[in-house]
Write a protein that binds this ligand. Structure first.
Ligand code: AHR
Length: 500
């Protein structure tokens, strides 16, 4: 398949934003307990956090981590998770039909973010709670001292404020499954009043209103319009959540999932801009794509326990990812990057064990899923500005998205260092693609390296025993000559080419 690509610094979209490479830790299944936190593990630090997982988080290149949920946050009482651990209550977590022991709370999590060198993104409960509890948590976290809750934080062992900048005003309040689910108007009002009051404590917070939980939800579009009509002046970002999976026998649609993400981002941007026009405001609302991933939600492992069974940290949503899943994850990163003018933050959901790139055995090994690699490479090599590429390739027919391009790509260019990175996927299930990349707008570029993640069996999955048989490998076909890069990439593949 011939693919013609042109890279030109004139096609600048926006800067590469480090917050594009965020992730998410929810009190769900084994993400916190036996995931990031496992006091029985040989590498555990003083708080019980696994240092091997912290190392993998750093290697993954994660910038921000959203916490503590997710659906969990809509029934969470943050006060349960502070103070002496032995005195903390166990609570029913209705969202995941589990028992929450509250061993880890906001102070421990904040120490974990420091160890992992990531920025926190804190969510407040707007499901069962409201303005007052959001203010209480903000006071506890960000006020220096001299008030009841800031002094409580100090008494609990954190003399300096946590200084959390990004706050999510609830989670998926459009979803009928959400505890405290609301109409767009009800939520828009609550988000506006919560934001307004939070800014009375700290005006410079970056506040994220809940957008839609997916394009397919019936309120999509209208939800954003109404919420922003109520809250536009008070918030900075609106969230977007999307999960993709391969329906039996429809690999073609699955590989084109990024077209749906493109549509999601462009629709929300258009809606936010329409509200802006109507309100005659200069300020723009940006997108926090703070849950995205491949997730096989209809499989048994995604169903919470039922009845009298309320386990602590059950195995939930522990999807095993194959090579095709990793290619889709790479393509979703391409979509996020090419919208870096409007997508100012994003979070891969989630970080450990729960639909995650990092897996752990309780007390034992940690290992990388296939999806670890495209994220780690993009986070490491995307630098400078994002360049939209001109891409010419044949299309194929998909059941879900109509005609889709057989390949997709985005580039980044760091004008200071002269480094260029090209990220590309081949969506064909049976044919290699020959990328012919016109580099003449950046004279003198030479090849640094090229790598490909693929496997003749695209259903190959990593395991704890073998997480490295299928890694990004050097692609020896890459060559630069006459201002063109030429590289052959196999079917169902994720590819990175670096030039300087
Ligand atoms: O990430 C898993 C769940 O997906 C989150 O708890 C929720 O916000 C979304 O529906």
């Amino acid at each position: 398949i011939p693919v013609s690509i042109t890279i030109d610094p004139a096609f600048r979209v926006g800067p590469v934003r480090r917050r594009t490479f965020g992730s998410f830790v929810e009190h769900l299944g084994r993400c916190v307990y036996t995931g990031i936190h496992d006091p029985s593990h040989p590498t555990a630090d003083g708080d019980g956090f696994r240092k091997d997982v912290i190392e993998l988080t750093r290697e993954l290149g994660v910038s921000t981590v959203r916490y503590p949920g997710g659906n969990f946050v809509s029934g969470y009482r943050w006060e349960d998770g502070v103070g002496p651990v032995a005195e903390r209550p166990s609570r029913l977590d209705l969202a995941w039909h589990s028992t929450e022991p509250n061993t880890v709370g906001v102070d421990e999590f904040m120490r974990w973010t420091k160890a992992a060198d990531v920025e926190p993104m804190m969510a407040v409960n707007l499901g069962t709670r409201g303005v007052q509890e959001a203010l209480d948590l903000l006071e506890y976290c960000n006020v220096k001292g001299g008030s009841r809750l800031s002094d409580l934080r100090r008494a609990n062992g954190t003399p300096e404020p946590h200084d959390i900048t990004m706050w999510c005003l609830g989670n998926e309040m459009d979803g009928p499954w959400q505890i405290g689910h609301k109409t767009a108007y009800e939520y828009g009002r609550l988000a506006a009043e919560t934001a307004r009051a939070m800014r009375m404590i700290q005006p410079d917070l970056e506040l994220v209103a809940c957008g839609s939980s997916g394009v397919a939800i019936p309120t999509f579009g209208e939800w954003e319009r109404i919420v922003l009509t109520e809250a536009y002046e008070h918030v900075d970002l609106i969230s977007a959540h999307a999960y993709y999976w391969e329906d039996e026998g429809d690999l073609g649609s699955f590989l084109a999932s990024a077209t749906d993400m493109d549509h999601f981002i462009e629709s929300v941007t258009a809606t936010a801009d329409a509200v802006r026009a109507h309100k005659k405001l200069a300020k723009r609302i940006h997108i926090s794509f703070d849950e995205w991933n491949v997730w096989y939600q209809h499989r048994a492992e995604s169903q919470p326990p039922t009845g009298d069974d309320w386990p602590v940290a059950p195995i939930l949503l522990e999807d095993r990812y194959n090579v095709a899943d990793a290619v889709v994850v790479g393509n979703l990163i391409i979509s996020l990057l090419r919208h870096s003018d409007r997508v100012h933050a994003a979070s891969l959901a989630q970080l450990v064990n729960v639909i995650a790139p990092i897996m752990t055995e309780p007390g034992g090994r940690s290992w990388k899923q296939t999806t670890f690699h495209p994220f780690a490479q993009a986070s490491r090599f995307a630098r400078g500005d994002v360049l939209r590429v001109a891409l010419d390739v044949a299309t194929y027919e998909t059941a879900k998205y109509g005609d889709a391009a057989l390949a997709d790509a985005v580039a980044t260019y760091d004008a200071e260092t002269g480094d260029v990175a090209l990220f590309a996927v081949n969506r064909s299930t049976d044919e290699p693609a020959l990328l012919d990349v016109d580099l003449r707008s950046i004279p003198g570029l030479r090849l640094v390296d090229a790598s490909t993640l693929a496997n003749p069996d695209h259903t190959w999955q990593a395991t704890a025993d073998d997480d490295s048989s299928v890694l990004p490998r050097a692609n020896a076909t890459a060559q630069v000559a006459d201002g063109h890069l030429r590289v052959e990439v196999p079917p169902v593949s994720w590819n990175v080419v670096r030039l300087t």
